[in-house]
Design a protein around this ligand. Structure first.
Ligand SMILES: [Zn+2]
Ligand SMILES: [Zn+2]
Length: 218
């Protein structure tokens, strides 16, 4: 069973598809599970959690003071802007697991030092919006420090859903089983990577969006 564990909906201010459209697209692609990881929002989960077609992992991409952290299996929204330590603590308090998102990404990643020095439950080893070298380094880092891995597309549009994925054993039926297998490392990951042209575009767009937000980081 394939799962895309990093997808943004229109509850993220830069995401386009509605949670329902994400579910429809996932079914079309044959994905068995999706984690809608909106920036600092946990709203999408309630729209689609009982859709009966695709397993939805309750999740969020939290903007900590130092970079993005993925929360899987939470039961409430995690506030933005906390230190890394306090963000991890808040995620655990909410019953969830904290994964370092795209650790090597300029701008919004935590960086290697923060990722290694904090007690993360896992590392996002593959992100389809990261450059190939960053994905290779993330995978190597996770292997070196012995942490569970996750992966996803980081899609902000319908077309990119499924471009990054975690492969689970077939037959899982609940998000709790998905998260348990994730934490047991009983998975394979795969993804596309960002090309050099789109990286340039991304850099420019990031700066423009940052200026439009009044110099507030996402
Ligand atoms: Zn991110
Ligand atoms: Zn993201």
């Amino acid at each position: 069973m394939r799962a895309d564990l990093h997808v943004h909906s229109n509850y993220s201010n830069d995401g386009k598809p509605s949670p329902q459209e994400i579910v429809d697209r996932a079914v079309e692609l044959g994905l068995g599970c999706v984690a809608i990881t909106d920036h600092n929002s946990f709203e999408a989960y309630f729209d689609v959690k009982d859709n009966g077609r695709v397993i939805i992992v309750p999740a969020e991409e939290v903007s900590s003071a130092e970079g993005h952290i993925l929360a899987y299996g939470i039961d409430r929204e995690i506030p933005r802007g906390l230190s890394i330590e306090d963000t991890i603590a808040a995620i655990r308090e909410a019953g969830g697991y904290a994964f370092a998102a795209h650790p090597y990404r300029w701008w919004s990643g935590l960086g290697e030092k923060n990722t290694v020095e904090h007690d993360f439950d896992g590392i996002e080893a593959r992100n389809a919006r990261s450059v190939p070298a960053a994905n290779r380094r993330s995978e190597r880092l996770a292997a070196r420090i012995g942490k569970p891995i996750s992966a996803g597309s980081d899609a902000h549009s319908l077309a990119r859903i499924g471009t990054g994925y975690v492969e689970f054993p077939d037959g899982l039926e609940t998000w709790q089983e998905v998260v348990r297998h994730l934490m047991e490392g009983d998975v394979r990951v795969g993804s596309k990577s960002r090309t050099r042209v789109t990286t340039l575009k991304y850099g420019t767009n990031s700066i423009i969006r940052w200026m439009l937000r009044g110099f507030k980081r996402m």
